[in-house]
Design a protein around this ligand. Sequence first.
Ligand code: VGL
Ligand code: ZN
Length: 200
Amino acid sequence: MQPSTHALVVIDVQNDFCPGGALAVDGGSDIVAGINALMADFATVILTQDWHPAGHTSFASSHSGKEPYDMTQMPYGPQVLWPDHCVQGTDGASFHPGLRTDGDLIIRKGFNPDIDSYSAFYENDRSTPTGLEGYLRTRGITDLTLVGLATDYCVAYSAIDAAGLGFSVSVRQNLCRAIDLNGSLDQALTDMKAAGVAVL
Ligand code: VGL
Ligand code: ZN
């Protein structure tokens, strides 16, 4: 059992990121059993849920002439345009049916129509907080283990933000799967290590 100062954060294990989903990550369902087993070691388990309104600005379908996986420029910087995914209330936005969801907190993100939010801590403008930092600090949590989808987007952004906020952060690569768009996985691994994240 991990000490009470250590929380498990399960990132975006949702149907749309699993095979058959709108933004399927290869092997996305393969990590579910291992994540469920790991939950038993933690007194605090937090799950995140990508939770977009229909017509979200991160969807290629919201930009005329753009295709999924094209890039665009947002006021806050470059943004990948995704297939429509994790629309609030849809089956695609639900957690994988095999995932244990009896954690302590479910934090939703990406609900602001004009800003994407990969990280569990800040929206993609890197300044609008989700509130997760306050939850963790007021509960005395100092150490985080991250698992889930996708390694190179929501897991990496969350891990880097957490490390920047002073948490001690580990990512369990065997319980993550990546989108790997144009070398994004190698880049994310490099960036996480540079930020002081323990990539296990
Ligand atoms: C994610 C792309 C778009 C993720 C979420 O969970 O990694 N990736 N929205
Ligand atoms: Zn999303």
